[in-house]
Design a protein around this ligand. Structure first.
Ligand SMILES: [Zn+2]
Ligand SMILES: [Zn+2]
Length: 298
């Protein structure tokens, strides 16, 4: 099935954010965007650093399984990084790996032999997943909310504890798979459902991504929502990062200022990002409302 597609909502471009750490190019099966398009937009919007995180899947039935070769992805991204450095944008070579315990050994093996600057671990709908569109209605029937979300969060907790990733991508994207049978509002009434996952993320030291792509889907919340970001902080969470998860030109850095604002509101002062050998802190802008939208003050 398709994943991470934006709904086509036109974003308001915001200028001057320090990083977009989640972008898909034509080397992902669900994007047709050449890397130079994102680089040019980054220059235009005053975003000095971006990470290209094309999909890598490990189940032969999944769309990004063997879709692009590591060597090709690295060559394209490193080549673009060299070309665009002179224009003031730094491009990092990352990947978004689909995690599931079924193929954890394969993920481990992949990362042992392939070196990225930055790695997101994400749980997507998997081939036997109860959230598959043809199964989700029956799955929900007669089950409590706890039981409904349990298979998703079990994989998230395992992903965090695996120690394989820099960041857990789009935590609680399960709300998209459940919509409209169970809504974001229904899930918001049960914040406790995410707590074990938040605690596993904190204990493992992996970063929590605040992914703005959820704002482009029904429910219109970041993955995870502002309330969950605040709870993560309360529980002692320190490592956070942001990404727009763009799969199209129009969704580059789309509403990413809202991810930054959720972080600032929760009291986070810095992002935690890996640039190859070093993990760095990047300051969260205090007030993104001072950023410009289409040249206007907002
Ligand atoms: Zn994803
Ligand atoms: Zn993605």
């Amino acid at each position: 099935m398709t994943r991470d597609f934006p709904s086509g909502t036109e974003p308001q471009p915001v200028h001057g954010l320090p990083l977009d750490a989640h972008l898909h190019t034509e080397q992902s099966p669900d994007s047709a965007v050449p890397i130079d398009v994102y680089a040019a937009l980054a220059v235009e919007r005053g975003i000095p650093e971006i990470a290209i995180t094309d999909h890598v899947d490990f189940d032969p039935r999944d769309p990004a399984y063997a879709y692009s070769r590591f060597d090709d992805r690295e060559r394209v991204v490193r080549g673009a990084a060299e070309r665009w450095a002179k224009q003031g944008v730094v491009i990092r070579f990352g990947a978004e790996l689909t995690f599931n315990r079924r193929w954890e050994a394969d993920v481990r093996d992949h990362l042992k032999h392939h070196h990225y600057d930055y790695v997101i671990g994400s749980v997507h709908d998997w081939p036997e997943s109860p959230y598959w569109p043809s199964r989700v209605r029956d799955w929900i029937k007669g089950r409590s909310l706890d039981e409904v979300v349990a298979p998703y969060y079990a994989e998230i907790i395992a992903a965090a504890r695996s120690g394989l990733f820099d960041t857990i991508g789009h935590l609680d994207v399960v709300k998209r798979y459940l919509h409209p049978l169970i809504t974001a509002a229904d899930l918001a009434e049960r914040p406790d459902l995410q707590e074990p996952a938040l605690r596993a993320i904190i204990e493992s030291g992996v970063a929590l991504e605040v992914n703005s792509s959820g704002l482009r889907y029904p429910g219109a919340e970041t993955y995870p929502s502002a309330a969950v970001v605040a709870r993560f902080r309360e529980l002692g969470g320190e490592r956070v990062v942001v990404g727009s998860d763009a799969h199209s030109r129009g969704s580059f850095a789309a509403r990413l200022d809202e991810s930054y604002r959720h972080l600032a509101a929760a009291g986070f002062e810095a992002l935690s990002f890996r640039r190859g050998a070093e993990r760095v802190r990047i300051q969260v802008p205090r007030d993104t409302s001072n950023s410009t939208v289409d040249g206007l003050r907002t």
